[in-house]
Design a protein around this ligand. Structure first.
Ligand code: ADP
Ligand code: MG
Length: 627
């Protein structure tokens, strides 16, 4: 039996194209060929289970070996094998059926994954690294003859009698000169570890040599001999395929350690398991974040039937959950297609919203079951939740019941609880609720104390995401404003329409304004004399909420850069009802007036950490002389 033929496609030779476009990602040839071998073993197992194969199954196994001298890599399995007819059908016809279309469409493709697989070219990825490829196979079927197929990457192939004597298949790659890097123990080991740690069928990578003691020589020196140690790649427990009821917390933590050896233990996890309308299993972990600025992305590993595919899960996992860790496994994700295709895919969309829903449910459940424990974790979870609420409408709808506001006393409230807490005292004259917040409780302590004195509550919004969260809250919450606690004097933060009685005459007010303007002498500081309660500070420096937000946004690269270029501008509120103002007015010494005004102003700056350098030194010196 010997037959030659031509693979019937319109194009002369598709392999140069495959090679050219797939070069960057060419290690996936191993993923494809080992997957095929593993599939073959699963198929014979199934046939045996169905009673369609009555021979010995033996221990099902896939072997990968290489020979540096012969420049070959061999992938062997004891799966179901193929007859010559099946080779023609599965390798020649089916694999090539998509080839014409492939050449047409993907002449400009850049991503290997885009092509391999979509057109059933899995097997042909072998040509990415090979001059020619040989199949030696023996089918499980009664009376089957061993068959061989050899192809040099042109459209010419040869089928002849094979040499294999036991059931199964060898794929022998004759590695081309550009791909000799793959003829390396370490390189192959790394690739196999990456893709097949969790493979269902035993995968053995050649043999590694180890030395063991072998007696002593005449001088009593120990002798060693080399022994072959089969190097089993897989064996790690793919816990995501198990039922949650079979697993303990220890199992989940152990698995986490296996995936991320140097990471702190996660906070909690979610076991995903759906089989309709799509198939998906996985375990997602919430890592400890601690408001970390350097958030690690791309920590979720995507598998397809326990074969690793990629750790780029963008589009499959919602953006805000990219911070999670863990594994997702789904044969229903079109793995080998381009990004735009993926985004449009119906399953991918469903998977995305399923994950969002699951995460929201889990968080809601934790909140309900043990609020104290949930609150303890809030500093870590908060980032996900806020990020999610900002970026996904559907998530917001669920999360609004378990998102927490934390105030400066470190007490936590749900959004509803908080509204009830402050609504009586923090509603302004127009019926708007005003929530006060601080981004830096140490720096804004003076303002917080003034607000607290008035009976107001102040929220902590001191993490990275909070500036966005503040805007989001304002959009979402009905008739509610959020104001930073230092955006105005405590009396004016929440305008209740009450007017403090001014003790100064119009003339005096003008005079005070002039004295302070002269003493401060900086255009960025707009002096205003206000009627505040006498126990407020004599001088308060504030930046308007709107102006500050615009500037913050410009600094972060969003919003209108116009504001970023504007000089800082502050309001200097002089408390006309404060005793010091009387003292200044009473003085007839201009120098003394100015020194007092400057001193009061500097104190305001000092209380906000705005007084530094030479000005701070001058302040200290002036204080000393005043003492
Ligand atoms: P796919 O795996 O998506 O079917 P491939 O191009 O990877 O596409 O493989 C084509 C076909 O060749 C397989 O479906 C299978 O029938 C056959 N095949 C490939 N490798 C083997 C193998 N090691 N043992 C048995 N059959 C194989
Ligand atoms: Mg395949």
């Amino acid at each position: 039996m010997k037959e030659k033929g031509t693979i019937s496609i319109h194009t002369e030779n598709i392999f140069p194209i495959i090679k050219k476009f797939l070069y960057s990602d060419n290690e996936i040839f191993l993923r494809e060929l080992v997957s095929n071998a593993a599939d073959a073993t699963q198929k014979i197992k199934r046939l045996s289970g169905l009673g369609q194969y009555n021979g010995e199954l033996g221990e099902l196994q896939v072997d990968v070996a290489f020979d540096k001298d012969k420049k070959t890599i061999t992938i062997s399995d004891n799966g179901l094998g193929m007859t010559a007819e099946e080779i023609k059908k599965y390798i020649n016809q089916i694999a090539f059926s998509g080839a014409t279309e492939f050449v047409e469409k993907f002449k400009d493709a850049k991503d290997a994954n885009e092509i391999i697989g979509k057109f059933g070219l899995g097997f042909y990825s072998a040509f990415m690294v090979s001059d020619h490829v040989e199949i030696q196979t023996l089918s499980y079927q009664d009376g089957a003859e061993p068959a061989a197929w050899i192809c040099d990457g042109s459209t010419e192939f040869e089928i002849k009698e094979g040499t294999r004597t036991t059931r199964g298949t060898d794929i022998i790659l004759h590695v081309n000169s550009e791909s000799e890097e793959f003829l390396d123990q370490q390189k192959l080991q790394t690739i196999l570890d990456k893709y097949f740690k969790f493979l269902t069928v035993k995968l053995v990578f050649g043999t590694t040599t180890d030395s063991v003691e072998d007696g002593e020589d005449a001088d009593g020196k120990k002798q060693y001999k080399s022994v072959d140690v089969p190097n089993v790649i897989n064996g790690a427990k793919a816990i995501w395929t198990q039922s949650p009821s079979e697993l303990t917390d220890e199992d989940y933590l152990q698995f986490y350690k296996e995936l991320y050896p140097y990471q702190e233990d996660p906070l909690f996890w979610i076991h995903l398991n759906v089989d309709y309308p799509f198939n998906l299993t996985g375990v997602l972990y919430f890592p400890k974040l601690k408001n970390d600025v350097e958030i690690q992305r791309n920590k979720i590993k995507l598998f397809s039937r326990q074969v690793f595919i990629t750790d780029e899960v963008k589009d499959i996992v919602p953006e805000f959950l990219m911070l999670l860790h863990g594994v997702i496994d789904s044969p229903d994700i079109p793995l080998n297609v381009s990004r735009s295709f993926l985004q449009a895919d119906g399953n991918v969309k469903k998977i995305n919203s399923y994950i969002t829903k699951k995460v929201a449910e889990k968080l809601g459940e934790l909140f309900k079951k043990d609020r104290a424990a949930y609150e303890a974790k809030w500093s870590d979870i908060g980032l996900f939740v806020k990020y999610g609420m900002i970026s996904e409408e559907k998530f917001y709808d669920k999360a609004k019941d378990f998102a927490l506001f934390t105030n400066t006393e470190k007490k936590n409230f749900t959004m509803d609880e908080y509204r009830d807490k402050v609504k009586d005292i923090q509603t302004d004259k127009d019926g708007n609720l005003v929530y006060l917040y601080t981004v830096d409780p140490a720096k804004q302590d003076g303002f917080i104390q003034s607000a607290t004195k008035k009976g107001y509550d102040v929220l902590l919004m001191d993490t990275q995401i909070d500036s966005h969260f503040v805007s989001q809250m304002e959009q979402k919450l009905d008739k509610t404003q959020l104001k930073r606690v230092d955006s105005n004097t405590a009396d004016k933060l929440i305008d209740k329409g009450e007017k403090m009685e001014h003790v100064l005459s119009e003339d005096q007010t003008k005079q005070v304004k002039e004295i302070f303007e002269k003493a401060i002498n900086k255009p960025a500081y707009q002096v205003e004399v206000e009627a505040l309660s006498p126990d407020e500070l004599p001088v308060t420096v504030t930046m308007d909420e709107f102006m500050r937000r615009m500037k913050d946004m410009a600094a972060m690269g969003g919003g209108m850069s116009f504001y970023g270029n504007m000089p800082d501008s502050y309001k200097v509120a002089i408390n006309g009802n404060h005793k010091i103002v009387n003292k200044i007015l009473a003085s007839t010494d201009e120098a003394e007036q100015s020194a007092l005004a400057k001193q009061a102003f500097d104190l305001a700056l000092l209380s906000q950490g705005l007084l530094t350098g030479a000005e701070l030194t001058a302040f200290v010196n002036r204080s000393v002389s005043l003492i």
